[in-house]
Each structure stands twice: as structure tokens, then as C-alpha cells.
Design a protein around this ligand. Structure first.
Ligand SMILES: Nc1ncnc2c1ncn2[C@@H]1O[C@H](COP(=O)(O)OP(=O)(O)OP(=O)(O)O)[C@@H](O)[C@H]1O
Length: 124
């Protein structure tokens, strides 16, 4: 069932263009999250530092890939928070706590993976 405000399904090139515009809208929404802004800023600063300190292109690409993964996890975490806040806007609910805590764990594990990677780059 399609609601009034939901855009109709597209195919081919129109689908690709529409998906790109939805992703841009998602990035605009994610930019409202301070956690995302801090991570993006720190990521760019680390990339710059790697370039200045003479990291290889491969090492920088590895970090960039992990940074993209962190942004993807942060986007999914924000999506979970949006749905949870819609379903349990004011009241305490076990499902809300578990969903948000799990999303938080996913972000923390991704940041840990980036930390481990940077340690490897520094020690290698
Ligand atoms: N409706 C709720 N019911 C029960 N526990 C909740 C509820 N909302 C939030 N929590 C708990 O409070 C914690 C913090 O919630 P909050 O909404 O501030 O999310 P967050 O993980 O700090 O995300 P962000 O800082 O990105 O908004 C959650 O991880 C969860 O444990």
C-alpha cells in the first residue's frame, strides 16, 4: 500500500537518480546529529594528518573506507533512534532502551575498529 506522500516506484536511470537524491536527503538529516559532525570532522583531520605525516595512499584509502563505514553505521543508528522516538516518544520502554543501546554498541564497535586500524598504521 502506498500512502499519499510516498513517491511512486521508479526504474532504470530514474531509479538511480531518485536513490541519489534520497541519499542526499539522508546526509542532510544526519548532519543534524552532533555525533556525526564530530566524527566527520575528526575523520577529515586524521586524513589530513596522515597525508602530512607521509602515510601511503593504501593506508589513507583504508582509513577512508572505515570512515565511510562509520558514517553508514551512524546513519543506521540515527534511523533506529528516529523510529524508536516515534514509537516511544515520552515513556520508558524496554524495546526502546534495547534498540538504542544496541545502536550505540554498533557505533562504539566501529570506532574501536578504526582505532585498531590507526594503531596498526602507526606501529607498522
Ligand atoms: N524511550 C526510552 N525508553 C527507555 N530507554 C531509553 C529511551 N530513550 C532513550 N533511552 C536510553 O537512553 C540512552 C540515551 O538515549 P538517547 O536518545 O539520548 O540516545 P543516544 O544514544 O545518546 O543518541 P544521540 O546522542 O545520538 O541522540 C539510550 O541508549 C537508552 O539506553
Amino acid at each position: 500500500m502506498t500512502g499519499d506522500g510516498i513517491p511512486p516506484r521508479k526504474t532504470g536511470l530514474a531509479h538511480f537518480a531518485a536513490a541519489a537524491s534520497y541519499s542526499a536527503a539522508g546526509l542532510k538529516r544526519l548532519a543534524q546529529e552532533s555525533a556525526f559532525r564530530q566524527e566527520a570532522l575528526a575523520g577529515l583531520a586524521i586524513l589530513l594528518a596522515m597525508a602530512v605525516l607521509g602515510a601511503s595512499v593504501g593506508e589513507m584509502l583504508g582509513f577512508f573506507a572505515l570512515l565511510c563505514l562509520l558514517i553508514a553505521v551512524e546513519a543506521l543508528n540515527t534511523a533506529i533512534e528516529v523510529v524508536v522516538d516515534h514509537l516511544a516518544p515520552k515513556e520508558w520502554a524496554r524495546f526502546a532502551k534495547e534498540a538504542k543501546d544496541l545502536g550505540s554498541l554498533a557505533v562504539a564497535m566501529t570506532i574501536t575498529a578504526i582505532g585498531a586500524y590507526l594503531l596498526w598504521v602507526i606501529l607498522a
